[in-house]
Ligand binder design. Structure first.
Ligand code: CAA
Length: 458
């Protein structure tokens, strides 16, 4: 099979408007700091009725193709991961074919994959598997993930967001997926789900969802660790894997504080399993917790505090930079993890990243989760694939700065409009097309048969 299959190029799209979380705290009359410190969120992007999942994905694919200047017939597989379902049968992928049709390229495998925030990762795995199979025809694969994360009025609403990421996959990639190294955990739980087909909102048991996320992380890490140690043993190295073997670690990010706690949890796994050197100063402050069983620690607040303190340096070194977009745009569900990857690239130089291993934890409620890793290429010289990939993300801060700040009242009005128009027919969405970023696709009309027509802002 081809060598070093992975990510060659990547594009991120987020809405052109946001609400400030400090403004939301005041508006919702909660204590100052609840969203900004407690959840670790500073801003939240949101979409007007003019944008839906199809338009988000059209925009991000078009942007990626325009930037890479690749011919439309060079893509042989296109996978979509999303949980923003507007049609129970017709895939977002079929709408994206609109972009490829003019080139005559209809020979493109792949459709949509859905399980909460995990669909993007399942799509990535599908695309990589295709490239490593007898069905690969030598062309690129593209993985698109995107979502509109909205909640009803209440404590989950500030953990919303919206966005999409498109990734171009091929061999000899600067971010290569490490072969044979996926630790997966799946089980049947009702922590977050969307049974109400008449509404865009999920049903969510917030506290349960946090425990499920952490349990899945524990299990995936144990399984990943076992697999990599086996690989090492076969290659003649017999030592435990620890968090230090990931130079960077990125996570699905429902809210940023959750990620800081998750990194701390990996440190706890090393500590309790004995794979980390327990005498190391790294674990200072954790002595009192030695001997605990990992599965008994989910609600231990004292341990939480000690862990956050002990892992702070590691968090700053390995993970903090990856939260740049999530802090300012919120949860993007399937695209959240890949937005973190883009942020990591945007906030580090190619030299910093060259030769490192990036661990990635993907979580989708319900639940499906995997921990896997990328190996970053060694060559960070100017013009190298890695340097090009890194520099393609450097405009992220400028693009975020150029968004419009909306008041909580305006945000609430847009949420009400989204509720009103959800699954309506025969309408043209209200709103000002000029408020979208240039080049954005938007929903122009839904006809009486629910058929959607899109146009592109100049
Ligand atoms: N200053 C600083 N911190 C404050 C504060 C203040 N004034 N007021 C509260 N806080 C802290 C709290 O102490 C708490 O921190 P700890 O957990 O560390 O103690 C934090 O802010 C949140 O406060 P609450 O626990 O009171 O928050 P809540 O009950 O109002 O809601 C939530 C939080 C459960 C995450 C809710 O927003 C929610 O349900 N969100 C959606 C579900 C979700 O994101 N789940 C995550 C895992 S599931 C997943 O990952 C899939 C997905 O994408 C949805």
């Amino acid at each position: 099979w081809p060598k070093d299959v992975g990510i060659l190029a990547l594009e991120v799209y987020f809405p052109a408007q946001y609400v400030d979380q400090t403004d939301l705290e005041k508006y919702n009359q909660v204590e100052a700091g609840k969203y900004t410190v407690g959840l670790g969120q500073t801003e939240m992007g949101f979409c007007s009725v003019q944008e839906d999942i199809n338009s988000l994905c059209l925009t991000v694919v078009q942007r990626l193709m325009e930037r890479t200047k690749l011919p439309w017939d060079s893509v042989g597989r296109l996978e979509v991961g999303t949980e923003t379902i507007i049609d129970k049968s017709k895939a977002v992928k079929t709408v994206l074919m609109e972009l490829f049709q003019d080139s005559g390229n209809t020979d493109i495998e792949g459709i949509d994959t859905t399980n909460a925030c995990y669909g993007g990762t399942a799509s990535l795995f599908n695309a990589a598997n295709w490239m490593e199979s007898s069905y690969w025809d030598g062309r690129y694969a593209m993985v698109v993930c995107g979502d509109i994360a909205v909640y009803p009025n209440g404590n989950a609403r500030p953990t919303g967001g919206a966005g999409a990421v498109a990734m171009l996959l091929g061999p000899n990639a600067p971010l290569a997926l490490e072969q044979g190294l996926r630790g997966t955990h799946m089980e049947n739980v009702y922590d977050f789900y969307k049974p109400n087909l008449a509404s865009e909102y999920p049903l969510v048991d917030g506290k349960l969802s946090i425990q499920c996320y952490l349990r899945a992380l524990d299990r995936c890490y144990a399984s990943y660790r076992q697999k990599i140690q086996k690989q090492w043993k076969q290659a003649g190295t017999d030592r435990p894997f620890t968090l230090d073997d990931f130079q960077f670690m990125i996570f699905h990010t429902p809210f940023c504080k959750m990620v800081q706690k998750s990194l701390a949890r990996l440190m706890l796994s090393d500590f309790l399993s004995g794979s980390g050197n327990n005498q190391s100063s790294l674990y200072k402050g954790l002595e009192a917790f030695r001997g605990l069983k990992l599965e008994d620690t989910y609600t231990n607040k004292d341990l939480d505090k000690a862990l956050l303190k002990a892992s702070l340096d590691m968090f700053n070194k390995k993970t903090k930079a990856s939260l740049y977009l999530s802090t300012r745009n919120g949860n993007m569900y399937t695209s959240s993890l890949y937005g973190c990857l883009a942020s990591l690239l945007a906030r580090h130089s190619a030299q910093d990243l060259a030769g490192t291993r990036i661990g990635a934890f993907s979580y989708g409620s319900g639940l499906a989760a995997s921990l896997f890793s990328f190996r970053v290429s060694q060559d960070a010289s100017p013009g190298s694939p890695l340097e090009q990939l890194v520099s393609s993300t450097s405009d992220l801060p400028k693009r975020l700065d150029s968004r419009r700040r909306m008041s909580p009242e305006e945000f609430t009005e847009v949420m009400n409009q989204r509720e009103h128009f959800y699954h309506k027919v025969n309408f043209s969405p209200p709103g000002d097309v000029d408020s979208l970023f240039p080049g954005t696709w938007y929903l122009e009309r839904v006809d009486e048969l629910h058929r959607r027509k899109y146009a592109r802002r100049s």
